[in-house]
Write a protein that binds this ligand. Structure first.
Ligand SMILES: [Zn+2]
Length: 281
């Protein structure tokens, strides 16, 4: 494999099992409003998103096993309660996004919804992960219901559409919603980027059957999504720290970045094609 892994790490913040986790995964970062009823409540690099409604909230991702106190603090600083989370979602069944699911489910009593591809990994703590599996990475959870591609999750006035974007894991998923702010509508994408973890096999002796086609499908779909505003599983992927500084006043345009979204999808697709070419060489 010819890929410059260190460079990949820096640009895509890929999750690899390291003896020491990147400090940015556990470093606190203030909770803040992204746009409308979408809030970011994760750590410095791990994207955790709260979508609020009058009937309770949706939480997407949970970070590491010890991320719960940070997430709780961020949610409370924004005037909401972790106990009011009714629906728990993930973008990919890897430990850096799913490890606190069990604890947050216990605290909130929320329902866990997951894709058919990711549910088995969530239910065995990552043991059946075709790439990293063979050990339990996080506390397993029971998935309450399987999400369907294109399904609209409704909670209060919130409508969140499920967009399967597999490859990074077999059940990786993105979400879209519409937000209205100051008389203008915004298309919002919560994107699971198609990043390739080191050692993954796409075409030759694939990590799981169909993985290469899954990545191709993800880029095809993500290229068609309209994203006025977008966020992703890692802050570095969507340029959080360039767009927002702690204490900055809320403005609905802070995260407006359709060109950045398009460029990020393109960049990931290019890396995928290069990876594939290298593998076949
Ligand atoms: Zn991952």
């Amino acid at each position: 494999m010819r890929l410059p892994l260190a460079a990949l790490w820096l640009t895509l913040a890929i999750s690899v099992p390291l003896a020491a986790q990147p400090a940015d995964w556990t470093r606190p970062f203030p909770g803040h409003r992204v746009i409308g009823n979408l809030y970011s409540v994760g750590t410095y690099d791990l994207g955790v998103f709260l979508i609020t409604s009058s009937e309770g909230h949706i939480l997407i991702n949970t970070g590491l096993e010890d991320s719960t106190p940070l997430i709780r603090k961020n949610i409370e600083s924004l005037g909401f309660r972790l106990e009011d989370v009714k629906t728990l979602l993930t973008m990919q069944a890897h430990w850096d996004h799913a490890a606190a699911l069990a604890e947050i489910k216990q605290i909130s009593g929320a329902e866990i919804l997951a894709t058919a591809g990711d549910a088995p990994m969530l239910e065995d703590g990552g043991f059946s992960d075709p790439h990293f599996g063979g050990k339990v990475w996080f506390k397993p959870v029971k998935v309450d219901r399987i999400l369907k591609d294109g399904e609209v999750i409704e909670l209060g006035e919130t409508r969140l559409t499920v967009v399967e974007t597999p490859g990074h894991t077999s059940g990786s998923v993105s979400y879209t919603m519409k937000v209205r702010e100051a008389g203008r509508g915004y298309d919002v994408v919560i994107a699971n980027m198609g990043s390739i973890n080191p050692g993954l096999r796409l075409a030759v002796n694939p990590t799981y059957p169909g993985i290469s086609e899954d990545f191709a499908k993800t880029f095809r779909i993500q290229n068609t999504l309209s994203a006025d505003v977008w966020v992703a599983g890692h802050a570095s992927q969507y340029g959080l720290h360039e767009k927002y500084k702690p204490g900055q006043a809320y403005n609905p345009t802070t995260f407006v970045d359709p060109e950045g979204y398009r460029a990020a999808v393109e960049r990931h697709e290019k890396l995928y094609l290069e990876y594939l070419a290298t593998e076949r060489r």
